[in-house]
Design a protein around this ligand. Structure first.
Ligand code: PHE
Length: 456
């Protein structure tokens, strides 16, 4: 077997891992979740989840992956007891399911990118709604776009860690940031945009309910790619001297910053033309094409380019995330079943193509494809974000906090903590982190689960 890949530099580590974190979760899911859950209050709770549970959870996965330098299942299995492998299997399953339905939305973005270029998204509001309905009800087109997205992901992943993942992230992440800033500036300059900014930044505490906590937790985990063993797999390509706490903090801040920027791109424009912020998942496919046209109606060519930039941004963001979801399973089949990397990638691609087609049909041509009264696609989103991701993070913290040798964990945590902090400060950080992993993370997740099942 060829040598395992290692990310070439600190920048590559941050860009690739942030590439996994930053995706449709930030630009599509975060804005509509914020819109549906009362704006600024949701954002505050979301930040609390990132700080209290997200960063400690990320460091936990980093510790496991970097220590084992292998795929997720073997990494978990090497932490003291072979049976912990099942957490790795759970992660591989979760990320494959997410890739299946995520590719459908990413495929819609691809279609909308081409439609923007061809100037097909111009027309009155009724036309834009009809456009989305006709497209999503088509039995073939959305499936093909979803499958195309999985295949593009396959191409990158089968090229390997350095030539595929690292290169794609180094190119796409800066592009994404530039596009985002251009769009935020354009959106905030519209008349009446301040109401959108206010919606994002001024909390209304009357909107707080148990459900908001649950949604914010699911969103934080989904957005940070936590609980899928994705971070564990990427950390297996980190250098031995990478400072794990620092990297996790940088990535979490970058991810949250980009989510806020995405809100600042969408809500000011929406409020400026009097559109309600709570229109749900279709926000970026029905609401925004209208917004672009109305907001930039005076100079239609600006609206035309803004629309292209926006969907290009979504496609880039989605791609760096689908690459990471694909890599988890690919690394597993490559290293455990000794398949070549290409073949291993085909196994995951095959499974995801199948799931993407079923999910796509469930929200389009065959609405009979339902589970628990939800279209299969919504069910997959619900099952992973609100159940499997928190479960993965919960099990990881229990294992690491209570069962793995403390010396091993401490050594791995402190390795590479070289920058300006004295040994005492480093140790203090370690104790705070360990406390979170042992108590804060599992107890918070448990409380939220109990609430979800109506026990409290
Ligand atoms: N974090 C990604 C996003 O925000 C989604 C993701 C989830 C990626 C799980 C990998 C694993 O879009």
């Amino acid at each position: 077997m060829e040598q395992r890949g290692v990310f070439g530099s600190r920048l590559a580590i941050v860009l690739a891992t942030a590439g996994s974190a930053v995706g449709l979760g930030n630009v599509w899911r975060f804005p509509f979740m914020t819109g549906q859950n009362g704006g600024a209050v949701f954002i505050l709770i979301y930040f609390a989840c990132v700080l209290l549970l997200g960063i400690p959870g990320m460091v936990s996965e980093f510790v496991i992956g970097r220590h084992a330098q292998s795929n997720a299942a073997r990494a978990y299995g090497s932490m003291g007891h072979r049976s912990w492998r099942f957490i790795g299997y759970l992660g591989i399953l979760t990320s494959t399911i997410i890739l299946g339905f995520y590719a459908v939305v990413a495929g819609w973005c691809l279609q909308y990118l081409f439609a923007s270029v061809a100037g097909q998204l111009t027309g009155d509001a009724a036309y834009v709604i009809r456009y989305f309905q006709t497209f999503s009800a088509d039995p073939i087109k959305p499936c093909l776009w979803g499958v195309a997205f999985v295949l593009i992901t396959h191409l990158v992943v089968s090229k390997g860690v350095n030539d595929g993942i690292e290169r794609a992230s180094k190119l796409l992440m800066p592009l994404l940031l530039i596009l985002l800033v251009v769009l935020v500036v354009a959106s905030c300059m519209l008349p009446g945009a301040y109401r959108g900014v206010e919606f994002l930044l001024k909390p209304d505490f009357s909107k707080v309910s148990g459900n908001v906590f649950l949604e914010a937790l699911g969103q934080a985990f989904f957005s940070l790619s936590l609980g899928t063993a994705c971070l564990c797999t990427y950390a297996s390509y980190f250098k031995r001297d990478t400072d794990l706490l620092r990297s996790a903090t940088q990535i979490a801040l970058l991810d949250s910053g980009i989510a806020i920027l995405a809100g600042l791109m969408i809500f000011p424009a929406a409020f400026s033309v009097g559109v309600q912020p709570d229109s749900g998942p279709s926000l970026i496919f029905i609401t925004l094409p209208n917004v672009f046209q109305e907001a930039f109606g005076a100079v239609p060519v600006v609206g035309y380019f803004i629309s292209i930039l926006f969907y290009a941004l979504l496609v880039f963001a989605a791609l760096t995330s689908t690459i990471s979801m694909h890599e988890i399973g690919t690394a597993f089949f490559h290293e455990e079943l000794h398949l070549s990397r290409r073949r291993a990638a085909w196994v995951i691609t095959g499974a995801c193509v199948l799931l993407a087609v079923i999910c796509s049909l469930s929200v389009g041509a065959y609405d009979g494809l339902r589970l628990f009264d939800m279209p299969l696609m919504d069910f997959c989103d619900f099952l992973t974000a609100q159940f499997m991701l928190p479960a993965g993070a919960f099990l990881t913290s229990i294992m690491l906090g209570w069962f793995v040798s403390r010396r091993l964990v401490q050594e791995e945590f402190l390795m590479g903590q070289t920058h300006d902090t004295s040994r005492m400060v480093k140790r203090a950080f370690f104790h705070i982190w360990l406390f979170s992993v042992r108590f804060v993370v599992p107890i918070c997740i448990l409380l939220i689960f109990l609430h979800q099942f109506g026990v409290i």
